[in-house]
Ligand binder design. Structure first.
Ligand code: NAD
Ligand code: ZN
Length: 282
């Protein structure tokens, strides 16, 4: 349906241009075109390796009960299942979001991705909700460290694992938020504020089933909900927020009426077309 897609691209571009505080939420789907598999898509990591999903659920528990063992296991398999993360490059979808920020249209990107590709693409106002696979974090004070901040060979040799925070002596783990681990409080609070404040939310490539991230669109939709019917002229509900999804497939947000409309297709194709159209309309 190329005509329908074109119509929706024109519509979202207009909505973005008239918005006062637009933000984007992204998930694993925006990075599949960079060669990083998602979890639940047809070639997703968990679709292919169900045992990896079970292991992921146990990981944080393991860190809490045996941080030394957790670090030993991690250092024994550098890269793990997301081993191609280091060489992955941003794709046209990431670049288009950075471009929308430069144009002054997009105010924040809140991502579930841990791959660092939004930063590589040039997005500045970025909240990495589930952390960053290339960083480490103190679980007590929240300080973040680059991968070279600790000499792991020496720590292993001297039997001094797990690494501890030079500031507060708290335990250090990867910055990536594991299942069961609380979202670092500053990121969680800031993201929630943005969900309350934005007037347009562009949700790109997420199945929106991982909580508490998946609450953000629901919080945005729920605020000031007036149960007004859809306005036939603007086609959106009078709740002071427009929620748009770009996804290869409909999601629970589409089925549950959380989003106003879905542009179905690849983020790497649709987002650049939105930048093009917004540039033309400006
Ligand atoms: P998910 O795997 O649950 O869902 C991915 C969604 O993206 C699906 O709805 C799928 O239809 C869609 N999609 C796939 N390719 C697409 C494309 N090219 N264009 C448009 N849509 C596309 O991912 P999720 O909702 O982000 O949740 C998974 C969790 O796993 C997140 O918490 C995330 O932290 C983590 N994760 C991160 C990465 C990464 O950093 N790149 C990769 C895998 C998983
Ligand atoms: Zn600390």
């Amino acid at each position: 349906m190329p005509d329908e897609r074109q119509r929706l691209i024109a519509r979202v571009s207009g909505d973005l241009l008239t918005s006062g505080h637009a933000i984007a939420l992204t998930g694993a789907g925006i990075s599949t075109e960079s060669g990083i598999p998602d979890f639940r898509g047809p070639s997703g990591i968990w679709t292919q390796h169900p045992e990896a999903e079970k292991a992921a659920y146990r990981s944080y528990e393991k860190f809490v009960s045996d941080p030394k063992g957790w670090w030993q296991a991690r250092l024994a398999q550098p890269g793990g299942i997301l081993r191609n993360l280091g060489t992955a490059q941003p794709n046209p979808g990431h670049i288009a979001l950075a471009e929308l920020e430069k144009m002054g249209i997009l105010k924040w990107v809140i991502t579930q991705n841990i791959d660092g590709l939004h930063e590589k693409a040039g997005t500045r106002n970025l909240l990495e909700y589930h952390g960053n696979a290339f960083k480490l974090r103190c679980v007590d004070c929240g300080a973040r460290f680059g991968p070279g901040a600790f000499d792991f060979e020496k720590l292993q040799r001297d039997d001094r694992l797990p690494p501890t925070c030079p500031g507060c002596r708290g335990l250090v783990k990867s910055d990536t938020v594991s299942f069961g681990e609380p979202i670092p409080s500053t990121v969680a609070a800031r993201s929630y504020e943005e969900a309350l404040k934005c007037d347009l939310m562009l949700i790109c490539g997420t199945s929106a089933v991982v909580y508490p991230f998946a609450e953000l669109p629901r919080v945005a939709r729920g605020r000031g909900y007036t149960r007004q019917p859809i306005d036939r002229r603007t086609e959106s509900r009078a709740t002071g927020i427009i929620i748009v999804e770009i996804n290869a497939e409909p999601t629970p947000l589409t089925h549950g009426g959380i989003s106003d409309y879905l542009i179905q297709g690849k983020t790497g194709e649709i987002l650049p077309l939105i930048v093009e159209e917004a540039t033309r309309l400006r």
